[in-house]
Design a protein around this ligand. Structure first.
Ligand code: NAD
Ligand code: UD1
Length: 337
């Protein structure tokens, strides 16, 4: 079975490519490298000892995409390609709406032309309306607070409509919680440009001494220690969830929204103390004001993934902290080390 992976040079895509290859799938990767490095593609090939086709192209470019479908018999598409920085989406809404929506629509059109009917989409827990009761399940009310979130919300709706009018299609909308960690080899991992926005890359760069200290955004939330609680999930578990979603989608039709999380919430201070303990390093931090737009607690009800995909997260917080640190230590400047 051949899977087209868009955004396969990126953080989650690269880990999923490794898992797919390990499980015997053939893959084709397309990525315009707007937020990634071609070296990631080389590392995947080295890790698995297998060469696969890589096309540097923009998924919004219909002619370039058509050529890929002409050159290969594709059975299923996993669509990771997209812009994902929440803050940037507020300052550049048009870039986010056009990139994330047009890439998804273009992909659907070309898939239709070539009779490909299996689509796995990278959605996010950010589609849930703030204030939902936790753990949040797939039937909770939706609503977003920033353009990035709305692009995921809108792509979900587009894909639901496509599945509805094309009864032979199978679409899985995977709503990720907070992916962290890296491949156990330390060869692939998250490589953010500039100063990281997300907690764990900020922690790893602080532990390395590239950043002076972590700013903990608020300690007055209604949580066990006052700091924000999230459902952190190992990127390797997330990658496995995609393989399981491909298996599921290739045997079914219709459209399903599925949370991929552990179902466990950890606070910012839990992450800091576990990271320090398992890695034997110090993470200096200071409590600072809340980050605008943040909410206190988010964690998943992951029972639907277990029921439909037979998937469950296997790795714990210690694994996530250990693997994030190994990647950072081995690659202090990411893929440009
Ligand atoms: P990433 O930025 O590392 O990977 C996305 C990849 O898509 C990058 O390699 C980028 O170069 C590529 N890309 C972007 N627009 C493209 C286009 N028009 N054509 C071709 N390639 C393009 O991000 P990630 O963390 O691996 O996330 C993958 C997907 O999962 C994204 O859609 C993201 O929104 C979604 N997601 C991520 C998280 C997270 O915390 N990392 C959480 C929920 C959802
Ligand atoms: C972020 C995105 C969200 C995306 C999710 C998945 C924002 C506002 N939201 O969510 O859309 O779906 O990632 O990865 O970016 N924190 C600190 N100090 C820091 C960084 C973070 O204290 O320097 C805290 C935050 O307040 C939060 C927790 O750490 O409580 C996690 O933050 P982060 O990694 O940015 O993820 P989310 O905000 O959950």
């Amino acid at each position: 079975m051949t899977i087209l992976v868009t955004g396969g040079a990126g953080y989650i895509g690269s880990h999923t490519c490794v898992k797919l290859l390990e499980e015997g799938y053939d893959i084709i990767v397309v990525d315009n490298l707007v937020n990634s490095n071609e070296k990631a593609v080389g590392r995947i090939q080295e890790l698995i000892g297998k060469i696969f086709p890589f096309y540097r192209l923009d998924v919004c470019d219909v002619d370039a995409l058509r050529k890929v479908f002409q050159n290969h018999q594709i059975d299923c598409v996993i669509h990771f390609a997209g812009l994902k920085a929440v803050g940037e989406s507020v300052s550049k809404p048009l870039e986010y709406y056009s990139n994330n929506l047009i890439s998804t629509i273009t992909l659907c059109k070309v898939m239709k032309e070539y009779g490909v009917t299996c689509f796995i989409f990278s959605s996010s827990a950010t589609v849930y309306k703030p204030g939902s009761s936790m753990p949040v399940n797939e039937t909770a009310e939706l609503g977003c607070t920033n353009p990035y979130g709305w692009t995921k919300y809108m792509c979900e709706q587009i894909l639901r409509d496509v599945a509805l009018t094309n009864p032979d299609w199978s679409v899985v909308l995977l709503r990720y919680f907070n992916p962290i960690g890296a491949h156990e080899s330390g060869q692939i991992g998250e490589d953010p440009t500039g100063i990281p926005n997300n907690l764990v890359p900020y922690i790893t760069q602080t532990a390395l001494g590239k950043l002076e200290k972590l700013y903990v955004f608020g300690n007055d939330y209604d949580t066990k220690d006052g700091t924000g609680v999230r459902d952190y999930i190992h990127v390797q578990d997330l990658a496995q969830g995609h393989v399981d979603a491909v298996n599921f989608a290739s045997k079914t039709t219709g459209c399903e929204e599925i949370n991929l999380g552990t179902g466990i919430g950890y606070s910012v201070l839990d992450i800091v103390s576990t990271f320090e303990k398992v890695n034997g390093v110090k993470v200096p931090y200071e409590i600072s004001p809340r980050r605008p737009g943040d909410i206190g607690t988010v964690y998943a009800d992951a029972t639907k993934a277990s029921r439909l995909l037979k998937w469950k997260a296997e790795k714990d917080l210690e694994d996530m902290c250990r693997d994030s640190w190994r990647w950072q230590k081995q690659n202090p400047n990411g893929y440009n080390t």
